[in-house]
Design a protein around this ligand. Structure first.
Ligand code: NAD
Length: 287
């Protein structure tokens, strides 16, 4: 039976209107609004598209949005100093460091410099630590988007076989942690799993399958278990088209729910960023 399409946009719209209402309440209570400052080092066309959608979303829910472009030659020390300057500005309640960063800056070393209460991407070690203890305050935007999509299916995760393909800090690891927190039995696959040829073995028993690799069609449709929930995080440009990591047509014949690419996880990621921005404000100013 063909799967039900799990589209991100309707869920994103619903959360957006809730956020808009929440921001109205915040403004009347605190006489100020959450303000997100984004830092972009150098020029990047894909980051520019993401930035544009963030800006529009912020405007729609009526929060502040500041762009802080820095030259491509910015050193690590200069970037850290800049982040610290924004940390100390009370009117800025969220800080986002746009990726990618130029080669002279190690992106993995940057989140620790952002005030954890302003860390709207949930990448500061303190926020990651809170998630480990099941007390997440601000989490990875993409991982939260994945969880919202799974939640929308109404599928009970308790004891389910969940397989996550990809173990990056921004997607695979936090998704694994969040699923574990819901008592799913989680298996995290990565490059070594693929190299040993074990990917099909794990994928075939997944009742919940989350894929975040960045390789078109790495998950073959016939590996997908009948009735599985399939969340495809991958974004790959193939010619003129954007495709995911899962062979969509074949997988959709077997899954119960499947996300389209584009239109699945993507629209919800910016929504989660804005929800984190509102959460960050509440953490700083009291609920
Ligand atoms: P990454 O490059 O940091 O991580 C890729 C992961 O895939 C690694 O864990 C690696 O071990 C694993 N991998 C590589 N080859 C493999 C193989 N042969 N078998 C099994 N695992 C393998 O990537 P990322 O930042 O996590 O992003 C993954 C994908 O998700 C990309 O396509 C990216 O564009 C997309 N993405 C989408 C969103 C969104 O909002 N929709 C957000 C973030 C990332």
């Amino acid at each position: 039976m063909p799967a039900i399409l799990l589209e991100g946009r309707p869920i994103a719209e619903k959360i957006k209107s809730q956020l808009k209402e929440e921001v109205m309440g915040i403004k009347s209570r605190f006489n100020t609004a959450p303000t997100l400052a984004t830092i972009q080092v150098g020029e990047n066309s894909s980051a520019a598209i993401y930035l544009k959608s963030q800006k529009k979303f912020a405007k729609d829910i009526d929060i502040g949005f500041q762009e802080h472009p820095l030259p491509a030659s910015t050193s690590e020390k200069e970037l850290i100093d800049y982040i610290e300057k924004l940390n100390s500005e009370k009117s800025i309640t969220g800080i986002l460091l746009q990726l990618p960063l130029p080669n002279q800056i190690n992106a993995k070393d940057m989140p620790i410099h952002i005030n954890p209460l302003k860390d709207v991407e949930g990448m500061h070690p303190e926020n990651v630590g809170q998630a480990i203890f099941g007390k997440m305050r601000i989490g990875s935007c993409t991982a939260l988007a994945v969880m919202e999509l799974i939640k929308s299916t109404g599928v009970d995760l308790y004891g389910k076989e969940a397989v996550i393909v990809g173990h990056s800090e921004i997607v695979g690891k936090p998704v694994s942690l969040l699923l574990l927190d819901k008592f799913a039995t989680t298996t995290t696959c990565h490059i070594a799993t693929g190299q040993r040829g074990y990917l099909p073995t794990h994928v075939k028993r997944a009742e919940i399958l989350v894929v975040a690799v960045g390789r078109p069609g790495i998950i073959q449709g016939e590996w997908v278990k009948e009735g599985a929930v399939v969340i495809d995080v991958g974004i790959n440009r193939v010619g003129e088209k954007i495709v995911g990591d899962v062979e969509f047509e074949k997988a959709a014949q077997r899954a119960s729910y499947i996300t389209p690419v584009p239109g699945g996880v993507g629209p919800l990621t910016v929504t989660m960023l804005m929800r984190n921005t509102v959460e960050a404000f509440k953490l700083q100013r009291g609920r």
